[in-house]
Design a protein around this ligand. Structure first.
Ligand code: UFG
Length: 339
């Protein structure tokens, strides 16, 4: 019997592609399923350069039950990491049905196929967005899950609930949800990184594109928040550290015959960093000034959120290894490789 493979849905995406590297380095055999709706062939080329071989890749929609069943059987799938989802907060408010259909439909299809084929191990991509504006910082996994402020955020909350309910019903499923904080950076080789299609929504790709001259200026969304320098505070985590958390989570899933299991972990670096601090750190790392202006607040932004990742440290045996500066240097190297 060959080694069971790990199906990585959305494996050509930003976090997915870095997780392919981490899985391979840890001795797993990953298989990508991705519809390339928010990715490009270039990611597969980059993975081949890093790993020295092709990664099996199926260009399929995760909502396609027949395709999923076929892949599970053909590839001897032994576990799944489920990234495939739409993730643009603003767009989710304009197209709620498309978001609910895609993000929840794909999860339901995947779960049905897993139960049908007897595959139990699942790592689910969740988000710190489930905490909304937390009352206590750093935020722990026991903090209340607040009503979602975006359709995207709600797909993550409902996704977690679906998983909890299926496990509570005693179905043979062992699940870990990882609540990501803000992933940044790129693989240090600069062969893979974030590939925003169109104008980036997120801070770091906007910074690197501005520094590279692709954008004239970056706007900092508000400097009148109740924080030390007036800008919002987030927990930025190197995408390779985040990728490695998935490997740690897979390894932690019970091997002792427990058939139903659900748990949730924060995956952040644990440090609250302001937008201006990110800008200053980037300027130092890149050795150049960034053209920025202070603009109005962006609707929907929380003031401050950062993780207490003690549970992941203790139970997953995982910790971050890379600094924000390394992440910014890697993101900058990647941006220059794209020019
Ligand atoms: N920001 C700017 N200017 C920009 C872009 C961002 O000032 O051009 C600021 C934002 O206002 C925020 C911080 O930089 O204060 C980080 O913004 P990002 O868009 O990079 O990240 P968010 O914290 O808003 O988003 C993250 C995840 C999303 C998730 C969201 C929900 O990336 O997937 O949290 O809380 F939906």
């Amino acid at each position: 019997m060959p080694t069971p493979s790990i199906l990585v849905t959305g494996g050509a995406g930003f976090i997915g592609s870095h997780t392919i590297v981490a899985l391979t380095e840890a001795g797993y055999r990953p298989v990508i399923l991705d519809d390339f709706s928010n990715s490009r062939q270039r990611v597969l080329d980059g993975l081949r350069q890093i790993l020295g071989h092709e990664v099996p890749c199926y260009v399929q929609d995760c909502n396609d039950r027949t395709a999923l069943l076929d892949i599970f059987q053909r590839e001897n799938i032994g576990g799944v990491i489920h990234f495939a989802a739409f993730k643009a907060v603003g767009e989710s408010m304009d197209e709620p049905l498309r978001y609910y259909r895609n993000n929840l439909g794909s999860l339901l299809t995947l779960l049905e196929v897993m139960l049908e084929t007897g595959v139990s191990n699942l790592i689910f991509s969740s988000s710190c967005t489930v905490y909304g504006e937390p009352e206590v910082l750093p935020v722990t996994e026991t903090a209340p899950v607040l009503p979602a402020t975006s359709v995207y955020g709600n797909t993550k909350q409902v996704g977690e609930e679906i998983l909890r309910d299926v496990v509570a019903a005693g179905k043979p499923l062992r699940v870990i949800s990882l609540r990501y904080f803000n992933p940044v950076g790129a693989h240090p080789s600069a062969h893979i990184g974030e590939l925003p299609l169109g104008a980036p929504n997120n801070l770091v790709p906007f910074i690197t594109q501005t520094a590279a001259g692709l954008r004239a200026q970056i706007t900092i969304f508000g400097d009148d928040y109740p924080t030390p320098d007036g800008t919002c505070i987030r927990d930025y985590i190197h995408v390779m550290d985040l990728a490695e958390a998935h490997v740690a989570a897979l390894r932690t899933l019970p091997q002792d015959g427990t058939t139903s299991h659900y748990d949730v972990f924060n995956v952040g670096a644990g440090q609250g960093i302001s937008v201006l601090e990110v800008v200053r750190a980037f300027e130092e790392v890149a050795g150049q000034k960034l053209n920025y202006r202070i603009g109005p607040r962006r609707a929907g932004d929380v003031v401050a959120v950062y993780a207490d990742a003690t549970k992941a440290h203790e139970r997953l045996g995982w910790a971050t290894k890379r600094s924000l500066r390394e992440a910014l240097a890697d993101a900058w190297r990647w941006e220059k490789a794209l020019l």
